[in-house]
Design a protein around this ligand. Structure first.
Ligand code: PEP
Ligand code: MN
Length: 348
């Protein structure tokens, strides 16, 4: 990875760098970070002569060679130095709370609008809501683009940025055209490398974030980080890593709760982590405890399913969505717990 002396390379400098690496069969991918640009070398980047020519350039500060398969997401990467702000929250300094229905019912917009108001009232920072749903059975409700209109109205009323899952290129284009703030890649697509590359490419250099869920079948933590690296390597390092439980399920739970993986992820990568106790446990009654556990293991925030009236919801909401009162209470306790875990330094 090439780190320039200034915040970015000029066009002419970039051309020169591209020319050098091309001689060695490599390409340059520009990565637009929060404060500066870095330039990933794609291809056999270990060539010593190429390396020496690059570090000899007067406008290059250094060339980092990180061995890991997720060199951009690695803790030692230059990107680790960026300060990340999403939904008005400085990640790592304050906890990030995402909440909202599993599935937005396009026939009942009031339910989503009232849920959004409850999320805001509880102190949530972003509104999640499923428009297109990955369902196990083809005959279950699959989603409806009209649900996006409801979410846009909810954003207009509450000011909360939106988190929406996309599963293919058409949904991606629709979501981008309507200014969705955070694209979710769900558990079923977390290993869909073509989709990850397409999303990374289409959102390169933009303000759009991506929330990547952990796949049900992901084993080693490196597999999750490598999937996230696809997004960064394609140009978008604005990522949230979201453990959401894996298969096989722990007896009595929907999945195998995996909030403890936050600790491993944080050790290896700078990327922020948000726990998803709703999908990990699958039962509203278990969500508050698992939410605190995720924070204890080092998560930077939480993504919670919430609904103004869970029994009237579709998808996961009847089982696992928190009602407004429980959401409020859970976020209040999560904030208090965060203070305990990360006491803010009081100026002397
Ligand atoms: C969801 O967030 O509602 C969802 C479908 O998530 P996952 O991909 O984790 O199952
Ligand atoms: Mn859900």
């Amino acid at each position: 990875m090439i780190i320039p002396r200034e915040a970015s390379l000029t066009k002419a400098q970039l051309e020169e760098v591209r020319g050098i690496v091309a001689e060695f069969g490599c390409e340059i991918q520009e990565i637009v970070g929060a404060h500066r640009r870095v330039y990933a070398i794609l291809g056999p980047e270990t060539h010593e002569v190429m390396f020496n020519r690059l570090i000899g350039l007067p406008y290059v500060d250094r060339v980092d060679h990180i061995e890991s398969g997720y060199r951009l997401l690695d803790r030692t990467s230059e990107l680790a130095r960026q300060e990340l702000v999403l939904g008005g929250v400085a990640l790592g300094t304050d906890p990030l709370f995402i909440a909202g229905p599993c599935t937005v019912d396009p026939e009942e917009p009031t339910l989503t609008l009232e849920t959004a108001a409850a999320v805001r009232e509880a102190g949530g920072h972003l509104l999640r809501g499923g428009v297109w749903k990955p369902r196990t059975r083809p005959y279950s409700y699959q989603g409806d683009s009209r649900a996006l209109d409801t979410l846009l109205e909810a954003r207009e009323r509450t000011g909360l940025p939106l988190v929406v899952e996309v599963m293919d290129g058409d949904q991606l284009e629709t979501a981008l055209a309507l200014g969705v703030d955070v694209l979710q890649v769900g558990a079923r697509n977390a290993l869909n490398y073509s989709l990850l590359k397409e999303i990374g490419r289409r959102t390169a250099g933009s303000e759009t974030w991506v929330l990547l869920k952990r796949s049900l079948s992901m084993g080693p933590v490196d597999e999750f980080l490598s999937a996230a690296e696809y997004l960064a390597a394609a140009g978008n390092p604005r990522l949230l890593l979201c453990p959401r439980g894996t298969a096989p399920a722990l007896d009595g739970y929907r999945n195998h709760p995996d909030e403890s993986i936050a600790q491993l992820l944080k050790e290896k990568s700078w990327a922020p982590v948000v726990g998803d106790p709703s999908h990990a446990t699958g039962r509203a009654a278990y969500v508050p405890a698992a939410a605190l556990a995720a924070l204890a293991y080092g998560a930077d925030g939480l993504a919670l399913e919430a609904h103004v009236h869970p029994p009237r919801g579709i998808g996961d909401d009847p089982k696992q969505a928190l009602d407004p009162e429980t959401l409020h209470d859970t976020l209040a306790r999560a904030r208090a717990f965060w203070e305990l875990l990360h006491p803010h330094k009081v100026p002397a």
